[in-house]
Design a protein around this ligand. Structure first.
Ligand code: PLP
Length: 479
């Protein structure tokens, strides 16, 4: 190998080479953690639709849905073609002082699809940047005269300093963040009303500039009721508070409507954030879309026009925006919300059947569309031993037991059935069934059948195998 690795050499690296380089240059503990699972010990050679092919030639059903990114599946042919076309025509990526037809068209398309006067878009790269952009817009809307923002206790809004400080429960370390953050229990309108009433400025005016909420929480599988969301809208109207819906995960059909909130006609936030499948599984692009009067009051004057806009380096990058245009068109033409509802018609009753058949193991099942959580619990005495042997940091985690059970099921699904799943770090750590919306009904049936067979082995067997083979060899015995 020469001193610098070429792309050719990169594609020849073995799994061990990759682990070594990760240990040296990315994270040793990430290697320890992820090699506890079969998928941490293999490399993916290629991916298509809902399927992955590993280097060893194994075919794996990707039931993670790319954690929200893969509504279109891997390498959707129309997405690839849109990117190739952009490259072959040698389109321009970078400059911001030439106007971009792609940014213009993408903004138009979003305005067409979203309700009301949600018409003004901004296109950064990640979900966290979209959330922070939306929060900054809300703060500027009030010209810095209000100092408080409210978010839900179980919120997940990203991991940057700002968005991380708006993210809830599962954090184990506190970084400095946005000042003035208040928290309310998810879905509790009376608590939000009380928090707004308590946040008064010395003169008596409201001090809350924004309320930020996920209408459907993909990390805990909780949904806001219609009554709660409409109540928030009224409360925000009455107090001139900017209402921000974070639909970064749930957008583009995943839960059975284009955006979760759009199942409730006439319900319109002041700002909505999106990302993930907005990029068709290939492009790292996100957006916030604001109601026109909110955007105008915040930034629409010459002095502020570059304050949070086109001057960001990767804002509205050429191929990313071209890809997003195609991704959005596919969602509409192929009616992705309908596809999610069709998946749900197979997935929801199947999971319910499995829950009823395993009352000691499956505590609950809940979700919407093609996004379901399976909440596992129970387990034999061996768990207490495993907890004793766990490294100190992990053993102190009150969720350790549930996480170990869930990981053992994920590991068995992968090893025995070639199904790739994940669990969330937030809330009650459900195992997530979130297939791409291009998955075939028989693949959903295969998942259900495999989960059934896996749970039929019993937790004792699943856990002993997982701990003995994968976990214990990596743990120093706790003193
Ligand atoms: C609801 C929600 N908001 C924000 C984010 C942060 O997005 P990103 O990881 O792209 O920063 C996520 C990511 O999972 C999310 O699910």
């Amino acid at each position: 190998m020469s001193e610098l690795i070429s792309i050719d050499e990169c594609e020849q690296l073995t799994t061990e080479d990759v682990h070594d380089l990760y240990r040296k240059h990315v994270s040793r503990s990430q290697v320890s953690l992820m090699t506890s699972f079969g998928f941490g010990r293999e490399l993916v050679d290629r991916a298509e639709g809902a399927w992955l092919w590993t280097r060893s030639g194994r075919r794996v059903l990707d039931f993670t849905g790319g954690v929200g990114v893969l509504n279109h599946g891997h390498n959707h042919p129309r997405i690839l073609a849109a990117r190739q076309r952009f490259q072959e025509r040698q389109r321009m990526e970078v400059h911001k002082t030439y106007f971009s037809p792609y940014v213009a068209a993408l903004g138009h398309n979003l305005a067409q699809l979203l309700p009301g006067d949600l018409t003004m878009s901004f296109f950064p790269n990640s979900g966290a940047e979209a959330v922070e952009g939306a929060v900054k817009l809300a703060y500027k809307y009030h010209q810095g005269k209000r100092g408080r923002i409210l978010r839900a206790d179980i919120a997940f809004h990203g991991k940057l300093l700002g968005s991380g400080s708006l993210t809830g429960a599962h954090q184990t370390f506190t970084f400095p963040g946005i000042p003035g953050v208040g928290t309310f229990p998810y879905g509790d309108l009376a608590a939000v009303r009380a928090a707004v009433a308590a946040a008064r400025k010395p003169g008596g005016g409201c001090d809350v500039y924004a309320i930020l909420i996920e209408p459907f929480s993909a990390s805990t599988m909780n949904a806001c009721t219609e009554e709660f969301l409409r109540g928030l809208r009224e409360l925000c109207d009455a107090n001139d508070i900017v209402l921000i819906f974070d639909e970064i995960y749930t957008g583009w059909g995943k839960t059975g409507s284009l955006f979760y909130f759009m199942r409730y006609p006439g319900l319109i936030p002041d700002v909505v954030t999106t990302s993930k499948s907005f990029g068709g599984g290939k492009s790292s692009i996100s957006a916030y879309v604001a109601r026109e009067p909110v955007f105008r009051k915040a930034y629409d004057n010459l002095a502020d026009s570059l304050m949070h806009s086109t001057s960001t380096t990767y804002y509205g990058f050429g191929e990313e925006t071209a890809t997003a245009i195609e991704a959005v068109n596919i969602v509409v033409e192929d009616d992705y919300p309908r596809r999610a509802r069709e998946i749900e018609r197979v997935l929801a009753p199947g999971l319910d059947r499995i829950r009823k058949a395993n009352p000691g193991t499956v505590a609950a099942v809940r979700g919407s569309g093609a996004l379901y959580g399976i909440f596992l619990d129970g387990g034999p005495k061996i768990l207490d031993l495993a907890t004793k042997l766990a490294p100190r940091g992990l053993a102190r985690d009150p969720r350790f037991r549930v996480k170990l059970i869930t990981c053992s099921v994920i590991d068995a699904l992968y090893r025995d059935h070639g199904i790739y799943c994940y669990y969330t770090l937030n809330g009650d750590n459900p195992l997530v069934a979130a297939p791409p919306l291009v998955v075939e009904p028989e693949d959903v049936e295969y998942f259900l059948d495999s989960l059934d067979k896996t749970l039929a082995q019993g937790l004792f067997r699943l856990l002993t195998r997982f701990v003995r083979e994968k976990v214990a060899p990596r743990w120093p015995v706790a003193s």
